[in-house]
Write a protein that binds this ligand. Structure first.
Ligand code: G3H
Ligand code: 13P
Ligand code: ZN
Length: 318
């Protein structure tokens, strides 16, 4: 594990983005490592505050470190996703993590800066980096569903002031995407011009794209053909635009919903086709293989596939 995610993001900056895959189970952990190995890509594994609550603090983290021993060639960072102040401090003290995200984007500008600043001080003292968020994405985040009308884009001037005063190492920006199944529900489109403005005000500073899952329409169709009722009007982030975003300063791309769709499709099809099956390891094996394929494919789209040897050399890992 690399101890500081920002180091990895700086190497990627302007050339490619590193995929940050949200995990909740050992199958996702194994699939993420296998996918990164297939793509020969550096990897960020992220655990959300709610995933930590689900599994119990330290459980998923220990599993990530155990799985990493099966993939000794893979260079990875472990990141806390959408943390609040307390979960950031817990993660920093646990020594499992490379970075934390403090998400105080629901608070006022001044409170967001002050909260982020406190987390930065604690994280930097332990050698971890900090991602913060400015602006508001639509969709579901933690327990809060952000209505379309409440979503707003990150302001470029505010972003520059925020980074300067908070001392954060990476910034999640709202440029039109949303969490969950409807990427552009709030704003109708990706606001590339806003991303360019932010990059111009923060040259060389790593930006993070949340709500970036590609939502393959065939996954939705297969889930629904196997008895599901997942939004047929779901809309993903266009795969051809990932690299464009990377060239505009996005060095980390967050993927959660794509993994959930694969889980739902594999489980529904497996149980439909094997009605006498009760062993969770059978669909589990299928999931690991399918998720690994998706991770590898997304790494290709992000431009980070084939970069493993180069990044290892740059970090002095031989
Ligand atoms: O960024 C939002 C995540 O995709 C939601 O994850 O349900 O684990 O909080 P969560
Ligand atoms: P998706 O819902 O698009 O996968 O977004 C994931 C994310 O931003 C996790 O922080
Ligand atoms: Zn997010």
């Amino acid at each position: 594990m690399i101890p500081n995610t920002a180091t990895l993001l700086q190497l990627a900056y302007g050339r490619f983005a590193v995929g940050a895959f949200s995990i909740n189970s050992i199958e996702q952990i194994l699939g993420a490592f296998r996918g990164a190995a297939m793509a020969a890509a550096p990897l960020i594994i992220q655990i959300s505050r709610r995933a930590r609550q689900y599994a119990g603090p330290g459980v998923l983290e220990a599993a990530v470190h155990a799985a990493a021993r099966l993939f000794p060639e893979i260079l990875f960072a472990l990141h806390l996703d959408h943390g609040d102040e307390q979960s950031c401090y817990d993660a920093i003290e646990s020594a499992f993590y490379s970075s934390v995200m403090i998400d105080a984007s629901q608070r006022s500008f001044e409170e967001n800066i002050a909260t982020t600043r406190r987390v930065v001080e604690r994280a930097h003292a332990r050698g971890l980096s900090v991602e913060a968020e400015l602006g508001r994405l639509s969709g579901k985040e933690d327990d809060i569903a952000v209505d379309q009308s409440m979503a707003f884009l990150t302001d470029a001037d505010q972003a520059a002031e925020f980074v300067e005063r908070s001392g954060c190492d990476a910034l999640a920006v709202a440029v039109g995407t949303g969490h969950g199944l409807h990427k552009f529900a709030g704003t109708g489109q990706l606001h590339l011009e806003r991303l360019i403005q932010i990059q111009q005000r923060l040259p060389g500073f790593p930006l993070v794209l949340h709500g970036a899952s590609s939502i393959p329409s065939e996954e939705i169709a297969r889930i629904n053909a196997a008895g599901g009722a997942v939004a047929p009007d779901a809309q993903g982030f266009p795969e051809t635009m990932y690299l464009l975003a990377a060239q505009r300063g996005v060095a980390k791309i967050n993927i959660d919903t794509d993994g959930r769709l694969i889980w739902a499709r594999v489980m529904r099809e497996h149980l439909r086709d094997h009605p006498a099956e009760i062993d969770l390891r059978e669909p589990g094996r299928v999931f690991v293989a399918e998720y690994a394929q998706r991770v590898a494919h997304l790494c290709q789209c992000f431009g980070c596939a084939g970069r493993l040897a180069e990044v290892r050399r740059q970090l002095g890992w031989g």
